[in-house]
Design a protein around this ligand. Sequence first.
Ligand code: UDP
Length: 328
Amino acid sequence: MILVTGGAGYIGSHCVRELKERGIDVVVYDNLTTGHIESVPEGVPFVKGDIFDVELLCETFAKYGVDSVIHFAAYSLVGESMVNPAKYYHNNVAGTLALLDAMIAEKVGYLVFSSSAATYGDCGSGLITEDSPQNPTSVYGQTKLMMEQFMQDYDKAYGLKYVALRYFNAAGAHVSGEIGEAHNPESHLIPIILQVANGTRGHIGIYGEDYPTPDGTCVRDYIHITDLADAHIRALDYLKSGGKSTYYNLGNGNGFSVKEVIDMTEKVTGLPIKREVEARRAGDPPTLVASSEKIRRELGWVPKYDSLESIISSAWKWHSTHPRGYSK
Ligand code: UDP
Protein backbone atom coordinates (compact mmCIF):
# COMPACT_ATOMS: atom_id res chain seq x y z
CA MET A 1 0.00 0.00 0.00
CA ILE A 2 1.28 3.44 -0.95
CA LEU A 3 0.47 6.54 1.09
CA VAL A 4 0.34 9.75 -0.95
CA THR A 5 0.78 12.93 1.09
CA GLY A 6 -0.80 15.90 -0.65
CA GLY A 7 -2.79 13.38 -2.69
CA ALA A 8 -5.69 15.82 -3.07
CA GLY A 9 -3.44 18.50 -4.57
CA TYR A 10 -2.70 19.18 -8.21
CA ILE A 11 0.23 16.84 -8.82
CA GLY A 12 -0.78 14.38 -6.09
CA SER A 13 -4.31 13.88 -7.44
CA HIS A 14 -3.00 13.05 -10.91
CA CYS A 15 -0.55 10.56 -9.43
CA VAL A 16 -3.32 8.95 -7.37
CA ARG A 17 -5.47 8.68 -10.50
CA GLU A 18 -2.62 7.00 -12.39
CA LEU A 19 -1.97 4.56 -9.52
CA LYS A 20 -5.66 3.68 -9.32
CA GLU A 21 -5.92 3.20 -13.09
CA ARG A 22 -3.06 0.71 -12.83
CA GLY A 23 -4.77 -1.17 -9.99
CA ILE A 24 -2.17 -0.17 -7.38
CA ASP A 25 -3.46 0.27 -3.78
CA VAL A 26 -3.19 3.79 -2.46
CA VAL A 27 -4.34 5.86 0.51
CA VAL A 28 -4.55 9.65 0.25
CA TYR A 29 -3.30 11.75 3.19
CA ASP A 30 -4.01 15.47 2.90
CA ASN A 31 -4.96 18.30 5.27
CA LEU A 32 -7.06 19.94 2.51
CA THR A 33 -5.44 23.35 3.10
CA THR A 34 -4.87 23.64 -0.62
CA GLY A 35 -6.09 20.22 -1.80
CA HIS A 36 -9.58 19.34 -3.06
CA ILE A 37 -11.52 16.38 -1.70
CA GLU A 38 -13.43 16.28 -5.02
CA SER A 39 -10.23 15.15 -6.74
CA VAL A 40 -9.91 11.96 -4.65
CA PRO A 41 -11.33 9.09 -6.73
CA GLU A 42 -14.21 7.04 -5.39
CA GLY A 43 -13.03 3.92 -3.59
CA VAL A 44 -9.66 5.38 -2.58
CA PRO A 45 -9.29 5.70 1.22
CA PHE A 46 -8.79 9.27 2.39
CA VAL A 47 -7.29 10.44 5.70
CA LYS A 48 -7.61 14.12 6.57
CA GLY A 49 -4.37 14.86 8.36
CA ASP A 50 -1.33 17.01 8.65
CA ILE A 51 2.24 15.87 7.96
CA PHE A 52 3.14 17.24 11.41
CA ASP A 53 0.80 14.73 13.03
CA VAL A 54 3.26 11.89 13.64
CA GLU A 55 0.73 9.94 15.68
CA LEU A 56 -1.93 9.99 12.97
CA LEU A 57 0.67 9.14 10.33
CA CYS A 58 1.88 6.14 12.37
CA GLU A 59 -1.71 4.99 12.90
CA THR A 60 -2.44 5.33 9.19
CA PHE A 61 0.71 3.42 8.21
CA ALA A 62 -0.29 0.57 10.54
CA LYS A 63 -4.00 0.55 9.64
CA TYR A 64 -3.42 0.33 5.87
CA GLY A 65 -0.18 -1.67 5.88
CA VAL A 66 1.70 1.15 4.15
CA ASP A 67 5.15 0.18 2.82
CA SER A 68 6.00 3.30 0.81
CA VAL A 69 5.25 7.01 0.62
CA ILE A 70 4.98 9.46 -2.26
CA HIS A 71 5.40 12.86 -0.66
CA PHE A 72 3.79 15.86 -2.38
CA ALA A 73 2.47 17.81 0.61
CA ALA A 74 4.27 21.17 0.51
CA TYR A 75 3.78 24.83 -0.20
CA SER A 76 5.15 25.51 -3.65
CA LEU A 77 4.98 29.17 -4.65
CA VAL A 78 8.31 30.82 -5.39
CA GLY A 79 6.97 34.37 -4.96
CA GLU A 80 5.15 33.66 -1.69
CA SER A 81 8.22 31.90 -0.26
CA MET A 82 10.21 35.12 -0.62
CA VAL A 83 7.76 37.21 1.40
CA ASN A 84 6.77 34.50 3.90
CA PRO A 85 9.83 32.26 4.38
CA ALA A 86 8.66 31.13 7.83
CA LYS A 87 5.62 29.42 6.30
CA TYR A 88 7.90 27.53 3.90
CA TYR A 89 10.61 26.48 6.33
CA HIS A 90 8.02 25.46 8.88
CA ASN A 91 5.71 23.45 6.66
CA ASN A 92 8.06 22.05 4.03
CA VAL A 93 11.14 21.44 6.14
CA ALA A 94 9.82 20.76 9.65
CA GLY A 95 6.77 18.96 8.20
CA THR A 96 8.95 16.61 6.17
CA LEU A 97 11.06 15.86 9.25
CA ALA A 98 7.89 14.83 11.07
CA LEU A 99 6.88 12.58 8.17
CA LEU A 100 10.35 10.99 8.20
CA ASP A 101 10.07 10.40 11.97
CA ALA A 102 6.81 8.54 11.41
CA MET A 103 8.28 6.51 8.52
CA ILE A 104 11.27 5.45 10.58
CA ALA A 105 9.13 4.62 13.61
CA GLU A 106 6.85 2.39 11.51
CA LYS A 107 9.65 1.01 9.29
CA VAL A 108 8.18 2.44 6.08
CA GLY A 109 11.31 2.23 3.97
CA TYR A 110 10.60 3.76 0.54
CA LEU A 111 10.02 7.40 -0.32
CA VAL A 112 9.47 9.14 -3.64
CA PHE A 113 9.88 12.81 -3.04
CA SER A 114 8.76 15.76 -5.13
CA SER A 115 11.78 17.99 -5.41
CA SER A 116 12.13 20.82 -7.86
CA ALA A 117 14.10 22.55 -10.58
CA ALA A 118 14.06 25.46 -8.14
CA THR A 119 16.87 23.67 -6.26
CA TYR A 120 19.24 24.63 -9.10
CA GLY A 121 18.69 28.38 -9.20
CA ASP A 122 20.31 30.29 -12.07
CA CYS A 123 22.34 27.85 -14.19
CA GLY A 124 22.60 29.98 -17.33
CA SER A 125 20.88 29.04 -20.57
CA GLY A 126 22.08 25.45 -21.12
CA LEU A 127 20.32 22.19 -20.25
CA ILE A 128 20.41 21.46 -16.52
CA THR A 129 21.67 18.00 -15.59
CA GLU A 130 21.53 16.37 -12.17
CA ASP A 131 25.18 17.37 -11.71
CA SER A 132 24.52 21.09 -12.24
CA PRO A 133 25.23 23.09 -9.08
CA GLN A 134 22.31 23.46 -6.67
CA ASN A 135 22.19 27.10 -5.58
CA PRO A 136 18.51 27.96 -5.13
CA THR A 137 17.46 31.56 -5.77
CA SER A 138 14.25 31.19 -3.76
CA VAL A 139 13.29 30.09 -0.28
CA TYR A 140 11.00 27.51 -1.87
CA GLY A 141 13.97 26.00 -3.75
CA GLN A 142 16.03 26.12 -0.58
CA THR A 143 13.40 24.12 1.34
CA LYS A 144 13.39 21.41 -1.34
CA LEU A 145 17.19 21.23 -1.33
CA MET A 146 17.23 20.90 2.46
CA MET A 147 14.79 18.02 2.24
CA GLU A 148 16.99 16.28 -0.32
CA GLN A 149 19.89 16.64 2.09
CA PHE A 150 17.92 15.14 5.00
CA MET A 151 17.01 12.14 2.92
CA GLN A 152 20.63 11.51 2.00
CA ASP A 153 21.57 11.46 5.67
CA TYR A 154 18.55 9.35 6.61
CA ASP A 155 19.52 6.81 3.98
CA LYS A 156 23.03 6.54 5.44
CA ALA A 157 21.87 6.37 9.06
CA TYR A 158 18.48 4.61 8.88
CA GLY A 159 18.49 2.91 5.48
CA LEU A 160 15.63 5.01 4.06
CA LYS A 161 15.52 4.45 0.30
CA TYR A 162 14.38 7.46 -1.70
CA VAL A 163 14.14 8.94 -5.15
CA ALA A 164 13.99 12.74 -5.39
CA LEU A 165 12.28 13.89 -8.59
CA ARG A 166 13.28 17.40 -9.57
CA TYR A 167 10.35 18.61 -11.60
CA PHE A 168 10.54 21.47 -13.95
CA ASN A 169 7.15 23.14 -14.65
CA ALA A 170 4.26 20.74 -14.04
CA ALA A 171 1.36 21.59 -16.33
CA GLY A 172 -1.69 20.16 -18.11
CA ALA A 173 -4.58 18.07 -16.84
CA HIS A 174 -5.86 14.50 -16.87
CA VAL A 175 -7.01 13.32 -20.30
CA SER A 176 -10.61 12.96 -18.98
CA GLY A 177 -10.81 16.68 -18.13
CA GLU A 178 -12.25 15.62 -14.74
CA ILE A 179 -9.33 16.82 -12.61
CA GLY A 180 -6.90 19.66 -13.19
CA GLU A 181 -5.02 22.58 -11.70
CA ALA A 182 -7.04 24.66 -9.20
CA HIS A 183 -5.07 26.85 -6.82
CA ASN A 184 -6.70 29.67 -4.92
CA PRO A 185 -5.47 32.25 -5.67
CA GLU A 186 -3.93 30.93 -8.86
CA SER A 187 -0.32 31.94 -9.44
CA HIS A 188 0.97 29.59 -12.15
CA LEU A 189 1.42 30.72 -15.68
CA ILE A 190 -0.64 28.30 -17.79
CA PRO A 191 -3.77 28.26 -15.57
CA ILE A 192 -3.68 32.07 -15.35
CA ILE A 193 -3.50 32.41 -19.12
CA LEU A 194 -6.39 29.92 -19.42
CA GLN A 195 -8.41 31.94 -16.93
CA VAL A 196 -8.05 34.86 -19.32
CA ALA A 197 -9.27 32.54 -22.08
CA ASN A 198 -12.26 31.28 -20.07
CA GLY A 199 -13.24 34.80 -19.08
CA THR A 200 -12.59 34.62 -15.33
CA ARG A 201 -9.59 36.99 -15.49
CA GLY A 202 -9.02 40.17 -17.50
CA HIS A 203 -5.38 39.80 -18.54
CA ILE A 204 -2.10 37.97 -17.94
CA GLY A 205 0.71 40.00 -16.36
CA ILE A 206 4.11 39.11 -17.81
CA TYR A 207 6.63 39.22 -14.95
CA GLY A 208 9.49 41.05 -16.63
CA GLU A 209 10.65 41.27 -20.24
CA ASP A 210 14.23 42.32 -19.55
CA TYR A 211 15.69 38.88 -18.80
CA PRO A 212 18.74 37.62 -20.73
CA THR A 213 16.57 35.33 -22.92
CA PRO A 214 15.70 35.53 -26.66
CA ASP A 215 12.48 37.57 -26.14
CA GLY A 216 13.30 38.93 -22.67
CA THR A 217 10.74 36.78 -20.81
CA CYS A 218 11.59 33.80 -18.60
CA VAL A 219 12.09 30.42 -20.23
CA ARG A 220 10.72 27.27 -18.58
CA ASP A 221 10.41 23.57 -19.41
CA TYR A 222 6.76 22.45 -19.16
CA ILE A 223 6.07 18.82 -18.37
CA HIS A 224 2.69 17.10 -18.42
CA ILE A 225 1.28 16.01 -15.10
CA THR A 226 0.51 12.46 -16.29
CA ASP A 227 4.11 12.04 -17.45
CA LEU A 228 5.17 13.17 -13.96
CA ALA A 229 2.82 10.64 -12.37
CA ASP A 230 4.28 7.87 -14.51
CA ALA A 231 7.79 8.82 -13.33
CA HIS A 232 6.74 8.50 -9.67
CA ILE A 233 5.42 5.00 -10.24
CA ARG A 234 8.60 3.98 -12.09
CA ALA A 235 10.71 5.44 -9.27
CA LEU A 236 8.84 3.42 -6.67
CA ASP A 237 9.11 0.19 -8.70
CA TYR A 238 12.84 0.86 -9.00
CA LEU A 239 13.26 1.27 -5.23
CA LYS A 240 11.18 -1.79 -4.45
CA SER A 241 13.28 -3.90 -6.79
CA GLY A 242 16.38 -2.98 -4.76
CA GLY A 243 17.46 0.28 -6.43
CA LYS A 244 19.79 2.67 -4.60
CA SER A 245 18.61 6.10 -3.49
CA THR A 246 18.99 8.65 -6.27
CA TYR A 247 17.55 11.75 -7.94
CA TYR A 248 16.28 12.60 -11.40
CA ASN A 249 15.32 15.66 -13.38
CA LEU A 250 11.91 15.59 -15.01
CA GLY A 251 11.25 17.84 -17.95
CA ASN A 252 10.80 17.70 -21.71
CA GLY A 253 14.13 19.31 -22.55
CA ASN A 254 12.49 22.18 -24.47
CA GLY A 255 12.33 25.70 -23.14
CA PHE A 256 9.42 28.06 -23.87
CA SER A 257 9.28 31.73 -22.95
CA VAL A 258 6.31 33.31 -21.19
CA LYS A 259 5.38 35.02 -24.47
CA GLU A 260 5.62 31.75 -26.41
CA VAL A 261 3.28 30.08 -23.90
CA ILE A 262 0.77 32.90 -24.31
CA ASP A 263 0.99 32.69 -28.13
CA MET A 264 0.51 28.91 -28.06
CA THR A 265 -2.54 29.33 -25.81
CA GLU A 266 -4.07 31.72 -28.34
CA LYS A 267 -3.50 29.07 -31.01
CA VAL A 268 -4.97 26.22 -28.92
CA THR A 269 -8.04 28.13 -27.70
CA GLY A 270 -8.57 30.30 -30.79
CA LEU A 271 -9.07 33.23 -28.38
CA PRO A 272 -7.10 36.45 -27.96
CA ILE A 273 -5.19 36.69 -24.65
CA LYS A 274 -4.78 40.20 -23.26
CA ARG A 275 -1.26 40.66 -21.83
CA GLU A 276 0.53 43.39 -19.90
CA VAL A 277 4.18 43.59 -18.94
CA GLU A 278 4.73 43.93 -15.19
CA ALA A 279 7.71 43.97 -12.82
CA ARG A 280 9.87 40.92 -12.32
CA ARG A 281 8.83 38.47 -9.59
CA ALA A 282 11.48 37.94 -6.91
CA GLY A 283 13.24 34.58 -6.99
CA ASP A 284 12.69 33.77 -10.71
CA PRO A 285 15.80 32.56 -12.59
CA PRO A 286 15.77 33.55 -16.30
CA THR A 287 15.97 30.01 -17.72
CA LEU A 288 15.24 26.53 -16.35
CA VAL A 289 15.35 23.70 -18.88
CA ALA A 290 16.00 20.07 -17.98
CA SER A 291 18.09 17.32 -19.33
CA SER A 292 16.05 14.23 -18.37
CA GLU A 293 18.50 11.81 -19.97
CA LYS A 294 19.24 10.12 -16.65
CA ILE A 295 15.67 9.00 -15.94
CA ARG A 296 15.11 8.08 -19.59
CA ARG A 297 18.23 5.91 -19.52
CA GLU A 298 17.86 4.37 -16.08
CA LEU A 299 14.09 3.99 -15.67
CA GLY A 300 12.97 3.97 -19.32
CA TRP A 301 10.77 7.03 -18.75
CA VAL A 302 9.52 8.66 -21.95
CA PRO A 303 7.12 11.62 -21.88
CA LYS A 304 3.91 11.03 -23.85
CA TYR A 305 2.97 14.71 -23.92
CA ASP A 306 6.14 16.12 -25.38
CA SER A 307 4.73 19.20 -27.13
CA LEU A 308 3.63 22.45 -25.51
CA GLU A 309 0.51 22.32 -27.68
CA SER A 310 -0.62 18.95 -26.27
CA ILE A 311 0.07 20.11 -22.71
CA ILE A 312 -1.94 23.32 -23.10
CA SER A 313 -4.75 21.48 -24.94
CA SER A 314 -5.19 19.08 -22.00
CA ALA A 315 -5.20 21.99 -19.53
CA TRP A 316 -7.79 23.79 -21.68
CA LYS A 317 -10.08 20.76 -21.54
CA TRP A 318 -10.18 21.23 -17.75
CA HIS A 319 -10.26 25.04 -17.61
CA SER A 320 -12.90 25.43 -20.33
CA THR A 321 -15.25 23.04 -18.49
CA HIS A 322 -14.35 24.06 -14.89
CA PRO A 323 -13.99 27.86 -14.97
CA ARG A 324 -14.19 27.99 -11.17
CA GLY A 325 -12.01 24.93 -10.60
CA TYR A 326 -13.62 22.50 -8.15
CA SER A 327 -16.12 25.11 -6.85
CA LYS A 328 -19.64 24.75 -8.19
N1 UDP B 1 4.72 34.15 -14.83
C1 UDP B 1 4.25 35.34 -15.39
N2 UDP B 1 3.00 35.78 -15.03
C2 UDP B 1 2.21 35.10 -14.17
C3 UDP B 1 2.69 33.89 -13.61
C4 UDP B 1 3.94 33.44 -13.96
O1 UDP B 1 4.94 35.98 -16.18
O2 UDP B 1 1.10 35.59 -13.86
C5 UDP B 1 6.04 33.66 -15.22
C6 UDP B 1 6.98 33.45 -14.02
O3 UDP B 1 7.70 34.63 -13.76
C7 UDP B 1 7.87 32.30 -14.53
C8 UDP B 1 6.97 31.51 -15.46
O4 UDP B 1 5.87 32.37 -15.79
O5 UDP B 1 8.95 32.82 -15.28
C9 UDP B 1 6.41 30.24 -14.83
O6 UDP B 1 5.90 30.60 -13.54
P1 UDP B 1 5.05 29.61 -12.66
O7 UDP B 1 4.63 30.35 -11.46
O8 UDP B 1 3.99 28.98 -13.50
O9 UDP B 1 6.06 28.42 -12.30
P2 UDP B 1 7.51 28.45 -11.58
O10 UDP B 1 8.51 28.63 -12.70
O11 UDP B 1 7.52 29.54 -10.58
O12 UDP B 1 7.59 27.11 -10.98
